[in-house]
Write a protein that binds this ligand. Structure first.
Ligand SMILES: Cc1ncc(COP(=O)(O)O)c(C=O)c1O
Length: 380
């Protein structure tokens, strides 16, 4: 099946007892057994739930993977993944990443003896140099949040080859519509489902997908043992959101391109970060591994003043000032004080998250209205 057909049909079947075309919300904690151990495949909803199960199959199919697991948030999905490691194991992570991912690595898992190295992965040598016998994971976010850095997934896979290193990709920004890291050799994909997969800013959820049976076994064991599962109602909402994933992302990409070009021509804007520009670092890699460039854009202001950035994010009328991204409505944010405030200033600035950086999650409204809004906000 092609991705649009998968978005609508993968993982879901008409309800066997009623024929309901939409997967019912199985709002139940437990399942009656006819006799001890004699049940219909479901015992307790932390372990299995039919609505969640349909969603897990749908997301796995979208990513061309065999096994999917859904969690209470994207960070809960990351939590599951890092719990597969042991004290002393080392992780090499991209240095430009979602602030919450950085926070869970540094403030939760470091104290359990897991060592994290944050490197600029635009230069693959930085990764090779950090690899040793304790390296067990390479953590890639591409496009990265918020600098839109494009990391060559195949290159990272080739560096890890034969070394017992799990290559994990946070595919939140690209979505399976634009990029399928498992097809490029990655071992695990992580999603903040909260974003484009849900698509309607009404759910917080995470997911992992893999085709590796050993990793899958660990994933389900930790999902059940730690218990950070997602709810049936939320699973239903995301199943519904996914049905329009392909249409939404097409429009996000179209609007993204128009707005990126508008920003580039605005006299108050300094740099515009959008992977669709030929001048964007690793644009050729983006063309190779992605099917479009998405609706996430970051830009800086001439003079690089925090006051100017804060003024602009408060002047917009159609864009909403909010954390998060990937919904149908356009959002604007100031990473240094919002999503990336948990990263120390020095490290943040080293990766490009300077004081005037503004991040846009371009929605699927009419691009002309969005441009008009940005134009008035940027005018002096
Ligand atoms: C790229 C990326 N990864 C992970 C997360 C964490 O996901 P959640 O907020 O669903 O826990 C986010 C949230 O903003 C994100 O942008």
């Amino acid at each position: 099946m092609k991705i649009g057909t998968k978005a609508i049909h993968a993982g879901v079947h008409p309800d066997e007892s009623t024929g309901a075309i939409m997967t019912p919300i199985y709002q139940t904690s437990t399942y009656v057994q006819e006799s001890v151990g004699n049940h219909k495949g479901y015992e307790y909803s932390r372990t299995q739930n039919p609505t969640r199960h349909a969603l897990e199959k749908s997301i796995a199919a979208l990513e061309n993977g065999d096994h999917g697991a859904c969690f209470g948030s994207g960070l809960a999905a990351i939590d599951c993944l890092i719990k597969m490691l042991n004290p002393g194991d080392e992780v090499i992570s991209t240095n430009d990443l979602y602030g919450g991912s950085y926070r869970i690595f540094k403030t939760i898992f470091e104290k359990y003896g897991i060592v994290f190295h944050f490197v600029d992965m635009l230069n693959p040598n930085n990764v090779s140099q950090k690899i040793n016998s304790k390296t067990k994971m390479i953590w890639i976010e591409t496009p990265s949040n918020p600098m839109m850095n494009i990391i060559d997934i195949e290159e990272m896979v080739s560096i890890a080859k034969g070394k017992d290193i799990m290559v994990c990709v946070d595919n939140t920004f690209a979505t399976p519509y634009l990029q399928n890291p498992l097809d490029l050799g990655a071992d695990v994909i992580m999603h903040s489902v909260t974003k484009y997969l849900g698509g309607h800013s009404d759910v917080v959820m995470g997911a992992l997908v893999t085709s590796n049976n050993d990793i899958a076994e660990e994933m389900y064991r930790i999902q059940n043992s730690s218990g950070a599962v997602t709810a049936p109602m939320d699973s239903f909402l995301v199943l519904r959101g996914i049905k329009t994933l392909h249409i939404r992302i097409q429009r996000h990409c179209e609007n993204g391109e128009k707005i990126a070009n508008f920003l580039k021509s605005n006299s108050n804007v300094d740099k515009v970060y959008w992977p669709g520009f030929e001048s964007h670092t690793n644009h050729e890699v983006a063309k190779k591994q992605m099917r479009g460039f998405g609706g996430m854009i970051s830009f800086t202001l001439k003079g690089n003043k925090i006051e100017d950035a804060l003024e602009i994010v408060s002047r917009v009328k159609l864009f909403s000032l909010a954390e998060s991204l990937g919904g149908v409505e356009s959002l604007i944010g100031h990473p240094a004080t919002m999503t990336h405030a948990s990263i120390p200033k020095e490290l943040r600035e080293e990766s490009g998250v300077v004081d005037s950086l503004i991040r846009l999650s371009v929605g699927i409204e009419d691009a002309e209205d969005l441009i008009e809004d940005l134009a008035q906000a940027l005018s002096e």
